[in-house]
Design a protein around this ligand. Structure first.
Ligand SMILES: Nc1ncnc2c1ncn2[C@@H]1O[C@H](COP(=O)(O)OP(=O)(O)O)[C@@H](O)[C@H]1O
Ligand SMILES: [Mg+2]
Length: 369
């Protein structure tokens, strides 16, 4: 087809320009393609979006971008990170409750008219709490992506360790700016403010910081969505906590969460990993999603580099952990009944005696499990 030929030609041309390393030429070419009449509308929008978010020095769109932040040289704003088009490298796995709340936040804004008509406003301020690595930052990115809004991230631990954290007026300027934008603002690592309390001699300034924060929370317009996240909810001043309209408690994944997560992680790994998904979802309980992701990546890397086979490194994950005897037995029995290991192998992996494994297998068979 003529249209297909055209796209193939485009592709080859683009590849040639890209391989020559001339980013500017790639942009110019993509611009031309994006404007071409008859081009699939979604493709065209995607291209324009991409170009807008990846401006090179002399890009024609760069000027527009620079207006996004007050001035590049104003150090107050350098700690505000903007993700124009939030991108998730992985789809988050949440409990029904957390997912329900996040979806509602999105729905509220997608049905703003109906709410306003009924004299209601959407939720303005949200507090994400939970241990590290369970998807709080990811959740803010998810909400922003679903709403089609940019995500602005102010990492308060970075702010607090820089001179910016020294004055409340710095914080107010940055928040005022974010407030004026149609965006989702994430105040990440909120507990950093509370943590600095240990630094004696700065109590007065710290109080001003907290005051600024409280004012901003109260004044936050319903046109914007402010999400704060903390790993240490216990460190938060109750006065701060109370100000948020919607708390969302993220927790470490349970078996079901890990199962879903591993399913997605292993999706591109051949061959069928479902047996391992079962086993690891038992043995990795107690670990965070980011921990689990790291372990699996390490195992996959080792398998590629050392050639022992992925099974070998995954079984190390089962043993490496501190498991109770009962858990080890459960894992061993699953290994055998899933056909992943012989009884001897299961014994090697888990340290459970073969007799014990046999006895449990027999029991399971009798009880029809
Ligand atoms: N609920 C989740 N679902 C899928 N992946 C997750 C989840 N939580 C964490 N991850 C993985 O761990 C990484 C770090 O998560 P992050 O959202 O930064 O954790 P937190 O902000 O809670 O400390 C994510 O980028 C993702 O790869
Ligand atoms: Mg985080």
């Amino acid at each position: 087809m003529a249209e297909n030929d055209k796209i193939e030609n485009d592709f080859v041309h683009l590849a040639r320009v890209a391989l020559s390393g001339r980013a500017q030429d790639v942009q110019t070419y993509l611009h031309r393609v994006a404007k071409r009449r008859g081009l699939n509308r979604e493709l065209s929008i995607a291209l324009v979006d991409l170009l807008r978010n990846n401006p090179t020095r002399s890009s024609p769109l760069r000027k527009g971008m620079e207006k996004a932040l007050p001035t590049d040289t104003d150090s107050r704003f350098q700690l505000l990170r903007v993700e124009e088009t939030p991108f998730l490298h992985i789809e988050p796995v949440y409990t029904e409750k957390v997912q329900g709340t996040l979806s509602r936040l999105v729905e509220e804004r997608q049905n703003l008219g109906a709410l306003l008509e009924a004299g209601l406003e959407p939720t303005r301020t949200v507090l994400f709490t939970g241990p590290p690595g369970v998807g709080k930052t990811l959740g803010a990115r998810w909400v922003a992506r679903e709403l089609g809004l940019p995500l602005m991230i102010l990492d308060l631990s970075a702010v607090m360790s820089s001179y910016l954290g020294r004055t409340g007026s710095n914080l107010r300027h940055v928040l005022d700016y974010a407030k004026s934008k149609d965006c989702v603002l994430l105040l990440d690592e909120l507990d950093a403010i509370a943590k600095r309390r240990d630094d004696s001699g700065e109590i007065g300034e710290l109080k001003r910081l907290v005051t600024v924060l409280l004012q901003q929370l109260d004044d936050w317009p319903s046109s914007g969505l402010l999400i704060a996240a903390t790993n240490h909810a216990d460190l938060l001043d109750p006065a701060v906590w109370r100000r948020f309209e919607q708390p969302v408690d993220f927790s470490l994944p349970g078996e079901a969460g890990i199962r879903a997560f591993l399913g997605a992680l292993f999706d591109e790994v051949a061959p069928d990993m479902s047996a391992w998904v079962e086993i690891l979802s038992v043995s990795l309980v107690g670990r965070s999603y980011s921990d689990i992701e790291r372990e699996i990546t390490l195992a996959r890397r080792s398998a590629v580099l050392k050639g022992e086979g992925l099974d070998h490194y995954l079984s190390q994950l089962v043993t490496a952990d501190e498991h109770s005897k009962q858990e080890r037995i459960e894992i061993a029995v699953r290994l055998v009944s899933n056909g992943l290991a012989t009884q001897r192998k299961a014994h090697e992996i888990t340290g459970v005696a073969r007799d014990t494994i046999r006895a449990h297998l027999k029991n399971d068979a009798l009880s029809g499990g």
